[in-house]
Write a protein that binds this ligand. Sequence first.
Ligand SMILES: Cc1cc2nc3c(=O)[nH]c(=O)nc-3n(C[C@H](O)[C@H](O)[C@H](O)COP(=O)(O)O)c2cc1C
Length: 164
Amino acid sequence: MISVDPLPQDTRALRDAFSCFPSGVVAVCALSGPTPVGMVASSFTSVSLEPPFVSLCVQKSSNTWPQLRGAGRLGISILAKSQDAACKQLASRNGERFVDIDWEVSDEGAVFLNDAAAWLDCALSREIEAGDHWIVLLELRGVVSRPEINPLVFHASRFRQLVA
Ligand SMILES: Cc1cc2nc3c(=O)[nH]c(=O)nc-3n(C[C@H](O)[C@H](O)[C@H](O)COP(=O)(O)O)c2cc1C
């Protein structure tokens, strides 16, 4: 018989358990006036084909999400294995997130990172309150896929790579 410990008061055990699930990492970026704003998220997932939806979970404490949620279009870049440093920079709490990062903007204002494994052009559909996060549902308006580019993988709080 296996014994499953009840959750302790602090969230460490929960974080450790969640981190056993490997994921990719995306950058979600837009323009605020002429300036790019963005953050990274490992909680990205595909949701629906018809209509086309993807989702993210965003901490309610995020300082960046309030700027992104007001943008008409959001660019999701699925990060490549070469973008681990860019990922850390785009998650930094202080410092210029976009310094030395190559990015492009679509006609509608979605911001994409060059060299990513895929680009998803999205519009915010709705936000669902879920504890200390928002489940953010995004409707896709366009995609560019580059399956030949190896993705960045996040597992147990470390960046990893897929090995054939
Ligand atoms: C690999 C990685 C994955 C992350 N995934 C998420 C996520 O899924 N949701 C989220 O809200 N923040 C996530 N973050 C944290 C944000 O990118 C960002 O650092 C945090 O929101 C604080 O910055 P802000 O206040 O400007 O949003 C992740 C950070 C890293 C490095």
